[in-house]
Write a protein that binds this ligand. Structure first.
Ligand code: DAH
Length: 350
């Protein structure tokens, strides 16, 4: 009998000691089974032996056994709690975030500088009431040249270094071409609309030219056309002044120089005062204080005739802005090729 009491004491001291050394929940469960397992737990066995004892002994040993069981259960529970707390503390330490660290930068996409400038140019005019017009990049000879007062064999055609699509012909058997300017959109629009009309037509144009710092075989223009009654050079100058001041600041000035384009008469070239040097003269404006920016003029009566308008009833102005030129002057970029290389380090600056 006293041997059971001894057993219980051994079980108690042994189990309580072992509990303290446990560091994982799995080991803890193994230990629980070792002493309290239903079938052959050491303590369970003592309890199973109780019915063989005399009533008096059974009472004493039974009480002692229950105390050992309670003590062990409490120890197991405390240990389980301690292990879980340690695990939580460990994963918190591992997952902790230093909120003062700089974040991972997220690169945001943005519009290409040429698109930005093109949209800015267009918006100056659309906000003044101009409509947006568009035309295809593959054009007919008539839209690109003849209706714009470049008859066949007219020497002005030579200035355009045209890409012809030799296997594709229009209705009159002439080869289609890649438009050399956005001016054909004037023809398309006037043939489908009646005056008064005010439009801007942005787009890509193509010329068979060698690529260098100021030339490319593909570039962008924004065409403008206003047709109404009594339109004069003064209207054109007012509109282009607004344009220049919007893009280059309120101090920008413009000047007109006589020039020649078959579809306007008179034709002019428009300079904008150099915004980089304020007109004093610098590398970009080649010391002249002025930047050549666009071509313009009053619509030639022959163009009105070609689209079926009566030149005695309507007048108009037209202009063609080179988007790359404007972007180069606006940002002080001295090589047009940079816009087409698409080097992300260049593009990110805009
Ligand atoms: N189409 C001309 C070119 O690409 C630019 C131009 C000049 C457009 C005068 C116009 C204009 O509308 O009036 O060289």
């Amino acid at each position: 009998m006293s041997s059971l009491t001894d057993d219980l004491q051994t079980i108690q001291s042994q189990s309580l000691q072992e509990v303290e050394r446990i560091i994982s929940l799995e080991e803890l469960e193994t230990l629980r089974l070792k002493f309290l397992g239903r079938k052959d737990g050491l303590l369970t066995k003592v309890l199973q032996a109780l019915p063989t004892l005399s009533p008096a002994e059974r009472k004493d040993v039974g009480r002692q056994a229950n105390e050992v069981k309670k003590a062990l259960e409490t120890a197991l529970e405390n240990r389980r709690q301690a292990i879980e707390d340690a695990q939580i503390a460990q994963s918190l330490a591992k997952e902790s975030i230093d909120l003062t660290l700089p974040g991972t930068p997220v690169l945001r996409g943005k519009l290409h500088p040429l698109t930005q400038v093109l949209e800015e140019i267009v918006s100056v005019f659309t906000r003044l009431g101009f409509n947006l017009a568009e035309g295809p990049e593959v054009e007919t000879d008539d839209n690109n040249f003849t209706a714009l007062n470049h008859p066949p064999d007219h020497p002005a055609r030579d200035a355009h270094d045209t890409f012809y699509l030799k296997d594709l012909k229009d209705e009159s058997g002439l080869p289609l071409l890649l438009r050399t300017h956005t001016s054909p959109v004037q023809i398309r629009y006037m043939r489908t609309h009646q005056p008064p009309l005010y439009i801007v037509a942005p787009g890509r144009v193509f010329r068979h030219e060698a690529v260098d710092a100021t030339h490319s075989f593909v570039f962008h223009q924004v065409e403008g056309l206003a047709v109404d009654k009594d339109i004069s050079m003064a209207d054109l100058k007012g509109m282009l002044t607004l344009f220049a001041q919007h893009l280059f600041g309120p101090g920008a000035e413009i000047r007109f120089r006589p020039s020649y384009f078959p579809f306007v008469e008179p034709g002019i070239e428009v300079d904008i005062s150099c915004t980089l040097c304020g007109g004093k003269g610098c590398r970009v404006c080649k010391q002249s204080g002025w930047l050549e920016m666009l071509g313009a003029g009053l619509v030639n009566p022959n163009v009105f005739r070609a689209v079926g308008y009566d030149p005695r009833k309507v007048t108009g102005y037209a202009f063609g802005i080179g988007v790359e030129r404007v972007a180069m002057f606006k940002y002080g970029v001295d090589d047009m090729r940079l816009f087409f290389d698409n080097d992300i380090r260049f593009l990110q600056q805009f």
